[in-house]
Design a protein around this ligand. Sequence first.
Ligand code: GLV
Ligand code: MN
Ligand code: MN
Length: 421
Amino acid sequence: MNTVSSKIPASLLSARRVMDRADALARHSELPGGLTRVYLSAEQRAANGLVLGWMLEAGMDAKLDAIGNCAGRYEGAKPGLPCLMLGSHLDTVRDAGRYDGMLGVITAIDCVHALNASGKRLPFAIEVIGFADEEGVRFGTTFLGSRAVAGTFKQEALDAVDEDGMKLAEAMRGFGLDPARIGEAAHSRETVLAYAELHIEQGPVLEAEGHAVGVVTAINGATRYAFEIEGFAGHAGTVPMGLRKDALAAASECVLAIEARASSEPELVATVGKLETLPGAMNVIPGRVRFSLDLRAPRDAQRETAVAEVLAKLQAVCTRRGVTLHAKKMHDEPVARCADWIQAQIGAAIQEEGRPVRRLPSGAGHDGMAMQAIADIGMLFVRCKSGVSHNPAEAIAEEDAETATRVLLRFIENFTTPARP
Ligand code: GLV
Ligand code: MN
Ligand code: MN
């Protein structure tokens, strides 16, 4: 462990630079005046250019990996050592905030800058990854970037299509990536000592209790479905109410059933975030409706039971209404526990900055869920304004960015792996 006297000066960090870089990335958006940046888009290419440049400037080797992640590496005391992997994602939801994901990448680069500027090499390498697809907005598939790094990329994902009918494989080629080479992004367990991610809390707990930062204990599990209800389109003026097979009326009942089931127990949450009515005309009875389900819980058994009950309820609604339900599971991730030893080291870094340690679970999903396939994971949460996220109003204080980056630097500097039994 490093002694206090060998500490890297926190003055080499710059919260102003972190905030400015979040602003700079937010300018690369397909949504004018807002922020939407999806996987394999022109906006992502531009954001990658910035991030790779900052990595190089901070003293790292930097490249786009085989899935399109920005991957930077700062060698340790000698070349080729296993790494402490840091990072988060660079893609966004639609009409997003500018810190969800990006903050974890930018702060990690700032820490490497401080290490490099003080000429410090550690007994391990540091890799910083800006994951290309965490939100899964474009292809409905989450964690494409981190799954590739973890070596768990599912080949069937290459057939996923975006709203324009373009397959993922085709979009990759258009971006200059070769789907046949995705395996080259994979890291083995032996080469990654741990994965640690700094992220905004995206909830209200830290702010309510007056903490700038917190240690994540676990990431809630999540299941996602794409549903399609097939009814029968018809004339809005001529078909009597009792003779209709209205797919939207059925979907509406399903949405309320989902809400009721999730509201029936604490800590369970479920969301229908997408709903599309076809053919989508004022004077046509909806013949087909597509909608999504995102259901999360802190316990796997709780989530699995709720999903089974929701599916049964939706089927019952559709049978009673004489419409057909098609269900496709899009995502199913169990609870990801943050390793006790990493929690302890993040906690120690917080204390070293003179702050109390608040532990809390994450209701949001994170790349660590995929990364746990090859490494123990840990997360540092940063307070955000009013707990608002996945919303353009997402905000953090510059002082909190400063505290969080200092904590991350202390964590990196003091990082040690537990003795193997
Ligand atoms: C990612 O932001 C998620 O939790 O959906
Ligand atoms: Mn998000
Ligand atoms: Mn995120």
